[in-house]
Design a protein around this ligand. Structure first.
Ligand code: C5P
Length: 223
């Protein structure tokens, strides 16, 4: 609330999957629930930040006190994220589709007319890398997520450099961890000044700690 460690700050959070249309009724998507991103948005709000949540399609209700911008595609997520700037911190929690169908047909693809037996794909913009390298309005703190199934820390550190972000929150999403769609998460925070492994925690608690770390990195509230 007022007077919190993030009061006077603006935090933009992306969350959920993206849906990439093929035709008016079909899309390519992934299994992201949006839970972790929504929880981070709420935790930042709880510390007094103004929060903009850029959300792909999820089953979650709009969090109270948070401006939620609903998008479907990666390109819309990038446009909405850029439109939300300036911000003090950007947290890219969304599971953005790396590729989208190269052609979106105006009418439903019909089986009787040959149907759909292959899908040409084209690369989507990288929302995190675009915001981290924004020419005029790069937020002071840009945080990405890395969901990996092997060599979690190695891949995550490489990702931090490649994307140009400040921190990476790395987690293991191997089958059996229950992270995807679940309520708990065991993460390692990679800051460039060392790796911090956090114990297995509810996503709400991961979010609370991350919000506190964001506040600490941004320093005392302005004004
Ligand atoms: O490269 P990878 O998808 O594993 O990177 C994950 C991180 O990058 C997450 O923070 C995710 O939100 C972000 N990302 C993005 N736009 C993409 C792909 C990933 O913002 N097109």
């Amino acid at each position: 609330g007022e007077g919190g460690a993030l009061s006077g700050r603006h935090v933009v959070v992306t969350a959920g999957p993206t849906h990439e249309p093929l035709d008016p009724v079909r899309y390519v998507a992934n299994r992201s629930s949006g839970k972790q991103g929504y929880a981070i948005a709420r935790a930042c709000r709880q510390l007094g930040a103004r929060v903009t949540l850029v959300a792909g399609p999820t089953a979650l209700p709009d969090p109270r006190g948070i401006e939620t911008v609903h998008v479907e595609t990666a390109r819309q997520m990038l446009a909405a994220s850029e439109a939300a700037l300036p911000a003090d911190a950007f947290v890219a929690c969304a599971a953005v589709a790396d590729y989208r169908p190269a052609y979106e047909t105006e009418h439903k693809v019909k089986k009787e007319r040959g149907g759909l037996t292959a899908i040409d794909l084209t690369e989507n913009p990288d929302v995190l890398a675009s915001i981290a390298r924004h020419a005029s309005r790069r937020p002071a703190l840009v945080i990405g997520f890395a969901a990996e199934t092997d060599d979690v820390l190695g891949h995550a550190e490489a990702k931090r450099a490649r994307k140009g972000c400040d921190w990476i929150v790395a987690n293991d999403v191997s089958p059996g961890t229950g992270t995807m769609g679940g309520d708990r998460n065991a993460v390692t925070l990679i800051t460039g000044e060392g790796d911090e492994a956090w114990e297995d925690l509810p996503k709400s608690e991961v979010s609370r700690r991350l919000a506190e770390r964001i506040a600490g990195a941004l320093g005392p509230a302005p004004g």
